[in-house]
Design a protein around this ligand. Structure first.
Ligand SMILES: Nc1ncnc2c1ncn2[C@@H]1O[C@H](COP(=O)(O)OP(=O)(O)O)[C@@H](O)[C@H]1O
Ligand SMILES: [Mg+2]
Length: 499
């Protein structure tokens, strides 16, 4: 980390396009050095984290950037059909090496792929690749030969193993049996059955061994991947509903009927706590979860959480999968006022296995921190992608506004505010004005104009109504009046409904 844009002097730069942006997302967070350091430790040591502070100071930014230090997931979670009791599917955890072995196994049952010219001509003809009249090769989709214009003869005759193959074919969801032919080939002393099938512009050949292996894989108990190994290790659970957070079992109108319905295991859906397994579960504004905090605590204690159908009216309600892994690190954010509403055993769990951090709201106004601000401005412009860079004079104006807010809002002298989301809004507003003027850079004038329109609406209200209290009383009476009116109207409608 250290000083961003170290060694660069303000006066050396003509505009913000020359400012270096760190590649590490944690280093893009300015003015929160302690929190950033602890977040890095939490990610690498797998500790929980609670970020406390007002909106727009970088809590989400830090949480998200932690994924930079997280290891890739190594496990895949599946639910497996339980033949004795379908409504209690099993959980299966597969390691990366097991998954790779399975993949190899599957590719070995794909058979061999041939160019149509490399299989016996009669086979190519029967599959529709070769013209029986002139020997020209074309795709089976073309019914007539593009060379001689004769219809391509398609022989749908089946070999002695046709029926056996149809069973396997049906199991693999292959319907059209005219797309394959059965033949034999000599291997040394022995004659073996071989099946050729269409495979795009190529032909796939399945020998006896491949067919045998296909049959074996088919026999293995059916399962569904609910948490894939190729997932992001960072899961955002903001405003999550119960089902989103804890998983669900979908409804089946046929109630899991063996022929008509979908099997219970196929209807199981993982929640955020499961998707965050081996990674980070980020819960922004954690107190908004209310009672669901309890479930998060349970998941943290057990490192797993059962999945059940959460709608009591649904056929999914009778399905339950126990022991679904949910070994995540919790990163929670909340503002200072809400701190008291965090479930206290959850908080002590975080403290016991992690860190609570208070975010800064300002940083001292000094040359080093002004450079950090410059980095922030350049980042905002680049991330936005729709506005041009900014001249140094304009950037200094933004910094001055940061200082003004440090004093007005944060009540700190000689400090720069770190409530940067709002300042980002100012930069974008100035940028939009520059775009409208077709200016190559955001100029001082654009920032000045944006500052006028970008006033917080409370300040606009003060200008318009004189003061806030004034506005409140005027508007409350008006809205009360209209509410009264609505009530009367509503009653009128209700009365009408009885006649
Ligand atoms: N400390 C910071 N350094 C750089 N940019 C920041 C910082 N804090 C906020 N921002 C800017 O404001 C936006 C919103 O910040 P965010 O992390 O969502 O705030 P919070 O989660 O604390 O409400 C970020 O995407 C970023 O553009
Ligand atoms: Mg946030």
């Amino acid at each position: 980390m250290g000083t961003p844009s170290a060694g660069i002097n303000f006066k050396d730069l003509s505009d913000t396009s020359y400012v270096q942006i760190p590649t590490n997302p944690l280093d893009r967070v300015i003015g929160q050095e302690d929190a950033v350091r602890m977040a890095k430790i939490a990610a690498m040591q797998r500790r929980h984290l609670l970020l406390v502070g007002p909106p727009g100071v970088g809590k989400s930014m830090i949480a998200q950037a932690m994924s930079f230090y997280l290891e890739r997931p190594k496990q895949e979670v599946r639910v497996v059909h339980n033949p004795q009791y379908p409504e209690r599917p099993f959980v299966e955890i597969k390691s990366l090496s097991e998954i790779n072995r399975e993949k190899e196994e599957m590719s070995s049952v794909e058979g061999e792929i041939y160019d149509p010219r490399d299989v016996p001509p009669t086979i190519a003809e029967r599959l529709g690749y070769r013209c029986g009249k002139c020997g020209f090769y074309s795709l089976p989709a073309e019914a007539t030969c593009p060379n001689c214009n004769n219809p391509k003869v398609q022989n749908v005759q089946q070999g002695p193993f046709g029926d056996v193959f149809n069973v396997i074919g049906a199991a693999f969801g292959v319907q059209n049996s005219t797309e394959r032919v059965t033949s034999t080939r000599r291997i040394g002393e022995r004659e073996e059955v071989i099946i050729y099938e269409r495979y795009g512009d190529r032909i796939r050949a399945l020998d006896e061994k491949t067919l045998e292996r296909r049959r074996k894989i088919e026999k293995k108990s059916p399962s569904k991947v609910i948490v894939p190994v190729s997932r992001t290790p960072f899961i955002l659970a903001t405003g999550a509903s119960e089902t989103e957070l804890l998983g669900d079992v979908r409804h089946d109108p046929y109630g899991g009927h063996p022929q008509l319905g979908t099997m219970p295991y196929e209807r199981v859906i993982a929640g955020s706590v499961h998707e965050a397994h081996e990674g980070v579960l980020f819960v922004d504004e954690i107190t908004h979860l209310g009672n669901l905090q309890r479930s998060i605590l349970t998941a943290m204690q057990e490192r797993s959480f059962p999945i059940t159908g959460r709608n009591p009216q649904s056929a999914g309600a009778s399905v339950r999968v126990d022991g679904v892994p949910a070994d995540f690190i919790l990163v929670a954010a909340c503002n200072i006022q809400d701190l008291q509403y965090i479930l206290s055993p959850l908080r002590s769990r975080i403290v016991g296995g992690g860190y609570e951090l208070l975010m800064h709201t300002t940083m001292p106004d000094n040359p080093e921190n002004r450079l950090r601000y410059l980095q922030f401005i350049a980042q905002e412009i680049i991330v936005d992608g729709k506005i041009p860079h900014m001249t140094m004079e304009a950037a200094e104006m933004v910094i001055e506004e940061g200082k003004r807010r440090g004093k007005e809002i944060d009540k700190k002298e000689n400090a720069l505010t770190l409530r940067l989301r709002e300042l980002g809004g100012l930069i974008r507003a100035a940028g939009d004005l520059a775009v409208m003027e077709e200016s190559r850079l955001i100029e001082k004038g654009n920032v000045a104009e944006a500052l006028k329109t970008y006033l917080p609406v409370e300040e606009k209200i003060k200008k318009y109504y004189g003061n806030l209290a004034n506005a409140m009383s005027t508007e409350t009476t008006i809205s009360q009046k209209s509410e009264e009116y609505l009530m009367k109207y509503h009653n009128y409608l209700e009365d009408r409904s009885y006649d």
